[in-house]
Design a protein around this ligand. Structure first.
Ligand SMILES: [Ca+2]
Ligand SMILES: [Ca+2]
Length: 205
């Protein structure tokens, strides 16, 4: 391919990726997507990031928390574990979903994150693993009521609330209904993670 052809096919690719993302995430404007795409491709010219790269990007967004575990779960939920890397589209979705984005879509994504083995149900152990990573991410300076101040207590509380049919796991319908009724889960979906937790004295109930 000659130089002009290369440039124009790159341009076409970029255009179609951005169009896809806009459609999928229901974004009103292209502007920030274009900006993100530009700097992503500059830093990662292959168009892909592996787990270590993904984690290090996350660290820049949450400099004060312990983000490693949480970032790894996000990476997995976007299919990175299977393929070894994720492309710009998944990468961007991961960040957009954390800050804005449609609540239903966030819940679908969160379910994928909690369902570690991908069997369509969340066990208590799976939930505990994710909640542990969230507590690490939030850091020790978040005030919580004493009956919810450890990952174990929180998991017990959220799990029992969501497991309506009491068979010891949570299916998607239970998760969906439960998430909408649980302020902790909703907050985690609602963009509370987009600022560094120690910079403000937040409390989480
Ligand atoms: Ca599972
Ligand atoms: Ca259940």
């Amino acid at each position: 391919m000659n130089k002009m052809g290369e440039i124009s096919s790159k341009y076409q690719l970029r255009k179609s990726i951005i169009k896809d993302i806009r459609k999928e995430l229901n974004l009103k404007s292209n502007k920030s997507t274009k900006k993100w795409y530009g700097s992503f491709m500059k830093s990662y010219p292959t168009g892909q990031v592996d787990e270590a790269e993904f984690v290090s990007i996350y660290k820049k967004f949450f400099p004060q928390g312990e983000v490693q575990d949480f970032a790894r779960h996000v990476f997995r939920a976007f299919g990175g574990k299977e393929k070894g890397s994720i492309g710009f589209k998944e990468f961007y979705k991961a960040f957009v979903l954390q800050t804005s984005g449609d609540l239903n879509e966030k819940i679908v994504f969160a379910f994928r994150m909690y369902d570690l083995d991908g069997d369509g149900e969340i066990t208590k152990d799976e939930m505990l693993t994710i909640i542990q990573s969230i507590y690490k991410l939030l850091g020790p300076n978040i005030r919580m009521p004493s009956h919810l101040n450890t990952p174990e207590k929180r998991t017990e509380h959220v799990f029992n609330q969501m497991d309506v049919n009491k068979v010891g796991n949570i299916n998607f319908a239970e998760f969906l209904a439960g998430a909408l009724n649980n302020s902790f889960i909703l907050r985690m979906l609602g963009g509370s993670l987009d600022s560094s937790p120690t910079s403000s004295k937040k409390s989480i109930n």
